[in-house]
Write a protein that binds this ligand. Structure first.
Ligand SMILES: C=CC1=C(C)c2cc3[nH]c(cc4nc(cc5[nH]c(cc1n2)c(C)c5CCC(=O)O)C(CCC(=O)O)=C4C)c(C)c3C=C
Ligand SMILES: [Fe+2]
Ligand SMILES: [Fe+2]
Length: 348
């Protein structure tokens, strides 16, 4: 008997080409969890405007981040996949080491010990969750703990993963023993890892005048309808600021990656940086706590596009603090979050 931990993130195109980006966006943007516009209207917009035009515009940005790492990391392929695979390998190692320690100390009888297998899946693109679960079942896995790598719950991200789990359950006669972590926006080890990353960054570069915490946005209407994402982002930001003992005028929370014409969560990251540059803020550190791995939205939109927004508006120094990626304290947080969700009695 074995138990599997599946780390999930959003996904990415198979290649940085317009046709692969189109294929990825078609799957992603067809999910009613992501875009809530009535289906017939959205289908028209998607097929007439978004899919014919956006891939050619976005593919060059994907080309820039492909094989691109921060701090000298030798990233291959799309960074989000690379870092998720690193997280899988390091988490597997942690469970193997813990299992070995338990065997040596005699805590676990050999016959009781369950093998823990760590894998990853992407909500869109490859590898998908259904194929991953089926493959693991063939390898003898009977129980699953799914960790959406989204610290803050949103129906657009974590909700979409619950849908995919529900689909697997609906299609099963002997339904798998499967549980999903709902959120971890206030987990002390997650907050500690974020705070450590800011502290280390400041030790190397000095502290900027302001710390900007930029979260991926969602439409404002989703919050009005009950999506807790906004409140959870604010909760993470306040806890991070408290851990760093930052006075309120030294940090700000903003929302990035607006898509379409509707109003999204505010303040917007790009507008804030322009305002700061124009109003004499000289230096800014930017962290993106909602992203467990660096990806297009951090490496391009934050580290490149928004740097230009700030500098062009008069800002002097702009520093992006990398996502938690494969940091040891991030893996410690992930391990703790998963262990808290795993059924009692499973050890590894
Ligand atoms: C259309 C609406 C979108 C919503 C709602 C949305 C929410 C959301 N997304 C992430 C995390 C990521 N998004 C990424 C890329 C991306 N996101 C959207 C749109 C929405 N996201 C698009 C169209 C794209 C693709 C790029 C583009 O065309 O602009 C990624 C990066 C993937 C990669 O390949 O690197 C991540 C990660 C969160 C956390 C979130 C809501 C909380
Ligand atoms: Fe997104
Ligand atoms: Fe974006």
């Amino acid at each position: 008997m074995a138990h599997a931990i599946i780390l999930m993130n959003l996904g990415t195109p198979a290649e940085p080409t317009p046709s692969a980006v189109r294929q990825f966006l078609r799957e992603f943007l067809s999910d009613p969890r992501v875009v809530e516009i009535p289906r017939p209207v959205w289908k028209l917009i998607l097929n007439l405007f978004v899919l014919p035009l956006r891939p050619a515009r976005i593919a060059p940005a994907y080309q820039e981040i492909w094989n691109h790492g921060l701090d000298g990391e030798a990233v291959t392929g799309s960074p989000i996949t690379y870092y998720t695979q690193r997280q899988v390998a390091l988490l597997q190692q942690r469970f193997n080491d813990a299992g070995q320690r338990a065997s040596v100390s005699g805590d676990v009888q050999k016959k009781e010990k369950q093998e823990i297998i760590v894998a990853h899946a992407m909500t869109y693109g490859a590898p998908n969750l259904a194929d991953t679960v089926a493959r693991l079942q063939q390898d003898g896995v009977s129980g699953f703990t799914v960790l959406p790598l989204y610290p803050q719950y949103s129906a657009t991200t974590t909700g979409a993963i619950y849908d995919q789990v529900a689909k697997i359950i609906r299609a099963s006669r002997n339904v798998p023993d499967i549980s999903v972590v709902h959120d971890y926006w206030q987990h002390p080890l997650y907050i500690e890892a974020l705070a450590n990353s800011v502290r280390e960054h400041r030790e190397r570069n000095g502290a900027a005048e302001k710390l900007l915490m930029s979260f991926h946005g969602i439409p404002k209407a989703n919050t009005r309808k009950g999506d807790p994402y906004y409140q959870q982002c604010c909760g993470t930001a306040e806890r991070l600021a408290a851990a760093l003992e930052l006075p309120r005028d030294k940090w700000e929370i903003t929302f990035q990656s607006r898509f379409g014409k509707a109003e999204w969560l505010q303040p917007y990251t790009d507008k804030t940086l322009v305002e700061w540059g124009q109003s004499g803020v000289g230096s800014v550190d930017v962290i993106c706590p909602a992203f467990a791995a660096d990806c297009l939205e951090t490496l391009e939109e934050i580290a490149v596009e928004n740097r230009a927004n700030f500098i062009d508006a008069g800002g002097r120094e702009y520093r992006y603090i990398p996502a938690l990626n494969a940091r040891i304290d991030h893996l410690a947080a992930i391990e703790a979050i998963v262990r808290e969700k795993m059924p009692a009695g499973i050890c590894g």
